[in-house]
Design a protein around this ligand. Structure first.
Ligand SMILES: Nc1ncnc2c1ncn2[C@@H]1O[C@H](COP(=O)(O)OP(=O)(O)O)[C@@H](O)[C@H]1O
Ligand SMILES: [Mg+2]
Length: 273
């Protein structure tokens, strides 16, 4: 039975999508059957794995409209154990329609039943707001991973989000756990990073992952080529940090044995059509 992890916090530009893509790829590289669901109407995590309008057959838009079962919207990627369901929302009309349908917070939870035995992990990349789609993800998830951009005053956003998760526990999903708070875009030895990290540790130490994601250019470069960082430059600090995170997460589960992948040569760059 898959473990379902929502990657969420109602803030944009904090590394949710980068984490969704690279953690999913890293889990798959560690022999975990992994499904990445792109629940953000911008479609960034689908795009980051090379799925454009031209090569997407169906996605979350069809699932929420009850046109396709989730199991029929799964797309294979370059990594054998990694599958993705793109958002497949390419117009404002489709975006509007999807947001409206997502007012029913049970749609994703019900849809996941068709794939729960096919994967070890299902990761859900959430939009930067709570309405509808994120609430669907939190209703369906076993746990939530909260990315926090280092050097920003994020404490307030985390406080508010944790209160929202308490509300979700009361009304929709009493079992949801905090998978962890992930420091992203970490820049060592800057004063603001030091202060904000100290504040976060003081209040939420037990939730903060040991793995920290550094600010590292290959992580953003890779998405331009429709690839996770480990297929772009596996030796980069960013790719290695997400592999560490995958091992930290899968090492918590007694049923999974994290395996260190072999270092590979970076593949030749070719921009997606
Ligand atoms: N660790 C990192 N190092 C460098 N750039 C990053 C890193 N994480 C994210 N980025 C870049 O920051 C921007 C926002 O990240 P993204 O993952 O899209 O955030 P979100 O999904 O929360 O909006 C993107 O351009 C992404 O490439
Ligand atoms: Mg995003």
């Amino acid at each position: 039975m898959a473990k379902v992890i929502a990657i969420a916090i109602p803030k944009g530009g904090v590394g949710k999508t980068t984490t969704a893509i690279n953690l999913a790829a890293s889990l798959a590289f560690c022999d975990q059957r992994t499904l990445l669901i792109d629940l953000d109407t911008s479609g960034a995590s689908g795009l980051g794995l090379g799925f454009t309008e031209a090569n997407t057959k169906s996605g979350m838009f069809e699932v929420f409209n009850f046109i396709s079962g989730l199991n029929h919207t799964v797309h294979k990627t370059e990594i054998p154990n990694l599958h993705v369901v793109p958002a497949n929302v390419h117009t404002l009309l489709r975006e509007e329609r999807l947001m409206k349908l997502a007012d029913n917070r049970l749609i994703l939870k019900n849809a996941l039943r068709s794939v729960e035995n096919d994967y070890d992990y299902v990761l859900i990349d959430c939009p930067p707001f709570l309405r509808g789609l994120t609430t669907n993800a939190l209703t369906a998830a076993d746990s939530v991973l909260v990315p926090v951009k280092s050097g920003h005053f994020a404490l307030d956003a985390v406080d508010k989000f944790f209160k929202y998760i308490d509300w979700i526990r009361e009304v929709a999903n009493k079992m949801i756990l905090i998978e962890g708070i992930l420091l992203t875009m970490y820049e060592q030895s800057t004063k603001v990073t030091e202060i904000t990290t100290r504040e976060l540790q003081a209040k939420y130490r037990k939730y903060v992952f040991e793995s920290i994601i550094p600010r590292n250019a290959p992580l953003s470069e890779a998405s331009f080529y429709g690839k996770p960082a480990l297929l772009y430059d596996i030796n980069s600090l960013g790719a290695q940090a997400y592999l560490d995170l995958a091992r930290e997460i899968s090492g918590r589960s007694s049923t999974t044995k994290p395996v260190m992948p072999k270092a590979a040569e970076p593949i030749a760059l070719s921009r997606q059509a």
